[in-house]
Design a binder for this molecule. Structure first.
Ligand SMILES: Nc1nc2c(ncn2[C@@H]2O[C@H](COP(=O)(O)OP(=O)(O)OP(=O)(O)O)[C@@H](O)[C@H]2O)c(=O)[nH]1
Length: 454
């Protein structure tokens, strides 16, 4: 209970205190750590420091592992405008000008609340906020204190400032001294689609508005309120805690997504939450494509007190995943999180690798991987919608985490993704720090996009 309370304290004091770490570990990357992960482009040979996994899968299996899932024909795949997506992503990254955040948006500094507990009480793992046991999904700690909530919300609002300021400015201009008619409704629909919210949500907003206010005067504020309400309706069903079935020992989480979307960092943040609540966590470096990714995960394992398993650069990722699962079972780990490569540059290889990982895990437990999480970079806009399409078909993604909602995010796309895919969104990333991962809250997100105070 001491540990559980300790963790709850960390969740409740989010943004106020140093992150949960292994004793003695530094809060930020040290110069050595940064140096260790900086040489990412240089391929290297066998890493003597890392445990090496044998490949339990026959070479011929690998050859037969290619090809898309049933509902994704090769034609579908060739239709995915990959080069276009990548070019778009680069363009978007270049375009993303840094927004100045008003001083009033700054998060206030607060002192963490003191929490005490008896050291003699038995350790009962209580899952962190944002997780639930399979039996009791609703088991969550109490709501955070209002001041803390404000701090977290301000960060999200700052991240979505670009989206909200542009959108609310355009909406106000549109409805300046104009009645609600077909013309304004059409223009509003265009604005909402341009903000990445998707056609479905845009139509929800205009339909509601038309049914309530057609022919009447409306203000920009009226419209943004209705927009926020409709966004909540889309997001609420997908804002769920990540259910862990700890009877699996381990519950296996496979993390997939395009490279650079924040897989490794998110794994580190998840590991911090889970190990901080007393669970035994193992991290497996299944991104064998990049030396820096292996090193980076090892650093996260050290920082979070998790067990690390890696292999040499270029080794078979499925072999590593299989060995990690065997070892996690033997060591009775509660949760095994497997990192993967996300290079979309070679779709066929990526698909073959991900399919093979899923297949070999299934040899040890037909239900594994129990969770397949995809990370999405909030700065990529429309691109993210197609990424979900691809990885859902290839790896059976059953949950999402959106990262980088702290910078110049284009968060509207999460609404379009929720409307289309209806996949649970478990967490959102709001920074590079170890505790910059928050459970996804529909109302907060909708208010931040609509620029509404909460
Ligand atoms: N600002 C911000 N940066 C983030 C967030 N999450 C990850 N990053 C940064 O994004 C960059 C890429 O993150 P990684 O975790 O390496 O991404 P990855 O998907 O594992 O990338 P590969 O290893 O290349 O496949 C790093 O510089 C992270 O620090 C976030 O929520 N906010």
């Amino acid at each position: 209970m001491t540990m559980a309370l300790g963790f709850i304290k960390k969740v409740f004091t989010f943004g106020k205190e140093k992150p949960a770490e292994a004793p003695g570990a530094p809060a930020e990357l040290t110069a050595e750590e940064k140096a260790a992960i900086s040489a990412e482009s240089e391929p290297r040979g066998r890493d003597e420091d890392l445990p090496v996994a044998e490949d339990p899968v026959l070479a011929e299996e690998m050859e037969t592992a290619g090809g898309p899932a049933d509902d994704l024909s090769p034609d579908d795949l060739s239709m995915v405008p990959l080069e276009l997506l990548e070019a778009e992503a680069e363009e978007e990254a270049e375009d993303a000008s840094v927004q100045e955040i008003p001083a009033s948006e700054a998060a206030p500094e607060e002192e963490p609340a003191a929490v005490t507990a008896s050291a003699t009480e038995p350790v009962v793992p209580v899952l962190p906020k944002g997780f639930a046991t399979a039996e009791a999904r609703a088991h969550e700690p109490e709501a955070p204190a209002p001041a803390e909530k404000l701090s977290w919300f301000q960060r999200l609002k700052a991240g979505l400032f670009r989206t909200s300021s542009q959108l609310t400015g355009q909406i106000s201009a549109l409805f300046l001294k104009r009645k609600l008619d077909d013309q304004t409704l059409e223009e509003l629909e265009d604005l909402l689609i341009q903000a990445d919210l998707g056609v479905e949500t845009a139509l929800r907003v205009t339909d509601t508005l038309a049914s309530e206010r057609y022919g009447k005067d409306v203000t920009g504020e009226d419209v943004t309120k209705i927009m926020a309400t409709e966004i909540v309706k889309v997001l609420k069903p997908v804002a769920k805690p990540l259910a862990l079935d700890l009877s699996h020992k381990p519950h296996v989480i496979l993390v997939v997504g395009v490279n650079g979307t924040g897989k490794t960092t998110t794994i580190g943040k998840l590991a911090a939450k889970l190990s901080g609540s007393g669970l035994k966590v193992m991290l497996a470096a299944g991104d064998t494509f990049r030396a820096a990714a292996i090193e980076q995960l090892k650093i996260w394992a050290d920082r979070t007190g998790s067990t690390f398993i890696g292999t040499k650069l270029g080794a078979d990722a499925a072999g590593l995943a299989y060995e990690a699962f065997e070892r996690a079972k033997a060591e009775k780990s509660d949760v095994l999180i497997i990192d993967t490569a996300g290079r979309l540059q070679n779709k066929a290889e990526l698909m073959a690798e991900l399919e093979k990982i899923v297949r070999v895990l299934g040899k040890l437990d037909p239900d594994a991987p129990h969770t397949v999480l995809q990370t999405l970079d909030a700065t990529t806009g429309q691109n993210a919608l197609q990424q979900v399409e691809i990885f859902r078909n290839v790896a059976g993604v059953n949950g999402l985490i959106m990262t980088k909602l702290d910078g110049t995010a284009r968060g509207g796309i999460l609404v379009a993704i929720a409307a289309k895919h209806k996949l649970p969104v478990y967490f959102i990333g709001v920074g590079e720090g170890i505790d910059d991962l928050e459970p996804f809250e529909a109302e907060d997100f909708a208010s931040a996009i609509a620029g509404i105070a909460r």
